[in-house]
Design a protein around this ligand. Structure first.
Ligand SMILES: [Zn+2]
Length: 257
């Protein structure tokens, strides 16, 4: 993966160098959400983009070109901190031009069974998330995060991805999630964690759900000012939420920030 500067106003653009296809980072191109958020344009797929998108959002980056020589960014440490470290090393430059923010004007809600997501009008960018998993390792976790770049670095970006050891084995056998391993993914094995030395927060799981939501919502193309409320939800509902938000122009207003 290669991150390159892009002109002001050009947004976040993926480029599959191996296929010669550009894939804009847009919610409208999300075509699959089973193992992560996957953009699909023609025959080109760009998968598991949410951690990188969260890092770009967390670093306040609006314009960047991301070249890939395969179907997904390297997962590295399974968090957003690893990408922030690379962005910090390269540096960030402010460009001239208008910078939009999207202000939520009406409550938008999407549900599926016991899971739901909402966007509620709110000053600033707020994320609250609740998860409930059977078993002792995750259980019930709640986290509320008022977005700031410093807060994102300290409280959200270090939270690693997680999964069940049984699923991980099956996925690896199917040739999927090949970047995931016991050195970057918190692996739940019944009532124990297979790699407890990786754990950075007791409530790391719900913090990672907020990291995913920040990454998925970054596909709006501009920061969303409002309160995001997630309940047991995942990538599919995050994408449906953006589609519902943008389905009606009365739901939001674009403001030069
Ligand atoms: Zn994730």
């Amino acid at each position: 993966m290669l991150l390159e500067p892009a002109a002001a106003g050009s947004g976040i653009m993926f480029f599959r160098r191996d296929l010669g296809v550009e894939v804009p980072a847009s919610f409208a191109l999300v075509g699959e959400t089973r193992l992560g958020t996957v953009l699909i344009r023609d025959a080109a797929r760009v998968g598991v983009i949410e951690h990188l998108m969260a890092a770009l959002s967390g670093a306040g980056i609006d314009d960047v070109r991301i070249e890939l020589d395969g179907p997904e960014p390297p997962i590295l440490d399974g968090d957003a901190l690893c990408y922030l470290a690379l962005i910090d090393a390269a540096g960030v430059r402010e460009q001239d031009g208008r910078r939009d923010a999207i202000h939520v004007r009406k409550t938008i809600e999407v549900k599926s069974g016991e899971a739901s997501v909402r966007l509620v009008p709110h000053e600033g960018r707020q994320f609250v998330f609740t998860i409930d998993f059977a078993g002792k390792i995750i259980g019930h976790q709640y986290f509320s995060f008022a977005f700031s770049e410093e807060g994102f670095r300290a409280e959200i970006a270090p939270a690693r991805t997680f999964g069940f050891l049984s699923d991980l084995d099956a996925l690896l056998k199917m040739g999927l999630s090949r970047g995931a391993s016991l050195s970057n993914t918190l692996a739940i094995d019944g009532d124990r964690l297979a790699n407890p030395q990786l754990l950075r927060f007791a409530d790391e799981f719900v913090r990672h759900k907020i990291l995913d939501a920040i990454g998925d919502l970054a596909l709006a193309g501009a920061p969303i000012h409002g309160r995001f409320e997630g309940l047991r939800s995942s990538h599919a509902l995050n994408n449906q939420l953006l589609r519902a938000l943008f389905a009606d122009e009365d739901n939001y207003v674009r403001v030069d920030s």
